[in-house]
Design a protein around this ligand. Sequence first.
Ligand code: NAP
Length: 277
Amino acid sequence: MTERVALVTGASRGVGKGVATALGACGWTVYVTARGGVTPDEPLGQTVSEINASGGAAVGVSCDHSDDASVSALFDQISAEHGRLDLLVNNVWAAPKGFGGFSDKFWERPVGDWDTLITVGLRAHYVACVEAAKIMVPQGSGLMVNISSFGTRGHLHSVLYGMSKAALDKMAFDMGHELSGTGVAAISLWLGLIQTELLMSLGIEEFAGFRLDEAEHPQFVGRVIDRLWQDPSLPQRNGHTLVTAELGAQYGLVNNDGTPPKSHREPFGGGPLFPPA
Ligand code: NAP
């Protein structure tokens, strides 16, 4: 197989953009989505330009992941244009209006937060996995990756944030169970703190107790996913929750500044992840 086709959802900025551009540099054909347009002066169009400039091949698709029909049309487009899908990175995520992170208690927030943090941060991933499985299972191969976080274990940002992340880990486990024997794997990935454009623009030295200069570059996450896809032990890891920094160490990958990122497993309580290793 010469062409590897990936879809990274929510790739106009942040983690998704970094993952997509790193996959492009690794030679992938990368479909990228966000709600805006794809002209070069728009954020998603800029992601497309960066992927193409790095040696990959990008296709930008304007898609609202809270609209099932749009998501279905996206997968139809991938099927029609390439007839295959090798990697799905479920990254799309939306902050509710006025989201105050650590400062707000759940009873102080509008109940409507559910519609962003759960609908876009969880349901959209389930929908994408359903559509991806319809391509990957007949093809007999493929990897679905959920972008999760240590919010699964410790309190991070909000109740709904943690709920959505815990559900993503369980979703990968149960999908992995049902995918067993098909050649397709589902994985949940715990990222560390990420050097997103937003966080780097704030002029802060640390966030949630972690140093920003030691945080993971979003492209590091993409390189880890590329190597995970190639990993001969992937079938044995199907359904597991894994840590980007720990996978990076196993694969000999480093951050963009040449240093190995540290796992946040111990600061969040240590021990085995879900499911138990
Ligand atoms: P972000 O900067 O807010 O990016 C979210 C992306 O999703 C954007 O490209 C946005 O594009 C897109 N999006 C939002 N709603 C959409 C919708 N309805 N349909 C299509 N696209 C939509 O978020 P981030 O910080 O990169 O975080 C991404 C993921 O990484 C989250 O799951 C987060 O929990 C996880 N994570 C982040 C960190 C960190 O330190 N940042 C650490 C661990 C895990 P448009 O607005 O242009 O549509």
